[in-house]
Design a protein around this ligand. Structure first.
Ligand code: CO8
Length: 259
């Protein structure tokens, strides 16, 4: 692959994958090819029973500074409508295994949207988030006006989307956009510790839990509570639920199989 680097067993842990966006000369600007490689890789991970959690990252200067402007400048509306990049991005939303965005540097436009498509964001203290599309004559097109609003509320989302201004990692933390801010140097280690912890939990329960939390954004409260309860019932058909509860009662560590 040309635009991403993949490690299917990060730090020799067969349960944790690392995907690094790799177009450093253009701050990891997102082309259609990059998005295709990324989503195809995530589906490969989805089908690999060993891998239980993925970390998505960039480099010290940028997670991703947005969609590739050079690729879009002369595009027509119909080009955009027919671009496979949006079909691939929709498939991103159907993934069931958790993805942690580990962000250092710029996460702007499509880069901020990509981070928000992940299940949680950890930021290095150098991180900068924003939706600067308004500065180049367009608006967020991959969830920025929706996910950002749900994450930080209407007024703050309006301020960012209408000015195109960036916020730093501390503000993103205070506003609830990121789960945690850590020193930039330790970002990948911290993301790994989190991925390792998640990958030690019962895999089926992790998948159902991710889907259930995401429903909070999509359903009415009563429907979402119903969805959650049915997912909870479903965990009782897994071997891992029996193993987890027996291990607790027997005062030993559980051994989960993802079944
Ligand atoms: N696209 C293409 N090239 C880019 C992009 C980008 N988004 N961002 C940076 N680059 C390139 C620059 O052109 C430059 O290339 P070169 O060295 O050949 O001149 C190189 O990366 C380094 O950038 P700068 O010299 O500008 O670096 P600075 O440190 O001075 O500035 C900034 C960093 C502030 C991040 C600046 O590069 C910038 O403002 N970038 C554009 C940010 C932006 O507007 N992003 C939004 C793009 S539109 C979008 O994302 C719509 C999303 C629609 C959904 C699609 C989902 C995938």
């Amino acid at each position: 692959m040309e635009n991403i680097i993949v490690d299917y067993s990060f730090k020799d842990n067969e349960h944790v994958a690392l995907i690094k966006l790799n177009r450093p000369k253009v701050l990891n600007a997102l082309t259609t090819d990059l998005i295709k490689e990324l989503v195809e890789t995530l589906y490969k991970i989805e089908d690999d029973p060993k891998i239980r959690c993925t970390i998505l990252t960039g480099n010290d200067k940028a997670f991703a500074a947005g969609a590739d402007i050079a690729q879009m400048v002369e595009a027509t509306a119909i080009d955009q409508l027919q671009s496979e990049r949006y079909r691939y991005l929709q498939q991103f939303n159907l993934l069931t295994k958790p993805i942690i965005a580990a962000v250092n540097g710029f996460a702007l436009g499509g880069g901020c949207e990509l981070a928000m498509m992940c299940d949680l964001i950890i930021a290095g203290d150098s991180a900068k988030f924003g939706q600067p599309e308004i500065k180049i004559g367009t608006i967020p097109g991959a969830g920025g006006s929706q996910r950002l609003t749900r994450a930080i509320g209407k007024s703050k989302a309006m301020m960012l989307a209408l000015t195109g201004d960036m916020i730093n990692a501390r503000q993103a933390d205070e506003w609830g956009l990121v789960a945690k801010v850590v020193p930039s140097m330790t970002l990948l280690d911290e993301a790994y510790q989190l991925a390792k912890t998640i990958s030690q939990r019962a895999p089926v329960a992790v998948q159902l839990c991710k889907q259930s939390v995401n429903k909070a954004y999509e359903m009415s409260l009563s429907d979402a509570l119903d969805y959650e309860r049915r997912s909870y019932y479903l965990t009782f058909s897994s071997e891992d639920q029996k193993e987890g509860m027996r291990a607790f009662l027997e005062k030993r560590a559980p051994e989960y199989k993802g079944k």
